[in-house]
Design a protein around this ligand. Structure first.
Ligand code: SF4
Length: 279
């Protein structure tokens, strides 16, 4: 926890999310200098600054490629990426598929409030059809992106949803995501109290929330997870949709293996220098 005081609007759901991240990281127990926390641009992207991890508040939509570079350069770091729905599923949407197919060992937390809050309430990729905003005066004509189906369909090994309506549950989902060996995605329905609609505030979310455990969902069943994920926007399903019971190797594991293989035939460092330095 850093000394910086968050400057979100009073009542913003992101206050609860940062608490959930503190609790998860405390349970994991890695010291701050072993953690890198990358974000994009937006209200929620301020979040690394409120932790004592190495923070990088990067450019819009680019938290994932930067997090990937950090993980490859220093595989021992625990790497988190975070941002909003606009950052993750609009300008940055194309990056998610590539981290998933490489199974990069990174936890990606999206604070999904279905609106662009920092820039004062424009339609976002997860805004519901019909939503009236300053950029959709007569109601949005578009179907929203479904972040859960999106990541499940690309083959993510860990996909979950959490909400500030259940801080303890959210903290344990984030912890589980961090412990998953590979790309882990957590969608958090974090209310925007300034530009969000009534139905997306805590009271509205409580009315539609349902834990996946109470439905008897088996998180090892990807097809059942995809079935449940279709209720995004109607029901607030909390918990782990999918956790691959047999996680494939991460990209970092494969790189290490390849390096070991190639290093067998590699010239010793002195010989490489000989090739370049004329005596
Ligand atoms: Fe939170 Fe919305 Fe305020 Fe941004 S504008 S800090 S998302 S309440």
């Amino acid at each position: 926890k850093s000394d910086l005081k968050p400057i979100w609007c009073p009542g913003c759901g992101d206050y609860s999310v940062v608490q959930g991240i503190y609790r998860a990281l405390a349970a994991i127990g890695r010291p701050p200098h072993e953690i890198a926390f990358v974000s994009g641009i937006g209200c929620s992207s301020r979040i690394p600054g409120y932790t004592t991890a190495y923070g990088f508040n990067s450019v819009h939509g680019r938290s994932l490629p930067i997090a990937q570079g950090i993980k490859l350069a220093n595989p021992d770091l625990l790497v988190l990426a975070a941002g909003g729905d606009g950052d993750g599923f609009s300008i940055g949407g194309g990056h998610i598929a590539h981290l998933i197919r490489r199974n990069m060992d990174i936890t990606y937390i999206v604070m999904d409030n279905q609106i662009y809050g920092l820039t004062k309430g424009q339609l976002s990729p997860t805004s519901q059809k019909g939503r009236v905003t300053c950029t959709s005066r007569y109601g949005s004509l578009e179907e929203p992106v479904n972040p859960l189906l999106y990541t499940l369909a690309y083959g993510a090994g860990f996909v979950a949803q959490a909400s500030p309506t259940d801080l303890a549950g959210m903290a344990s989902i984030i912890e589980e995501a961090i412990r998953y060996p590979g790309f882990a995605f957590v969608n958090i329905q974090s209310p925007c109290v300034t530009y969000g609609e009534e139905a997306q505030q805590i009271k509205g979310l409580k009315a539609i929330q349902e834990t996946l455990a109470s439905l008897g969902h088996n998180p090892a069943d990807r097809l059942a997870a995809m079935d449940l994920a279709q209720h995004y926007g109607e029901k607030l399903h909390l918990g782990v949709f999918y956790r691959n019971p047999e996680p494939p190797p991460t990209y970092g594991d494969l790189v290490k293996e390849r390096q070991a293989l190639l290093s067998k035939d590699a010239l010793p460092k002195e010989r490489i220098l000989d090739l370049f330095i004329k005596k």
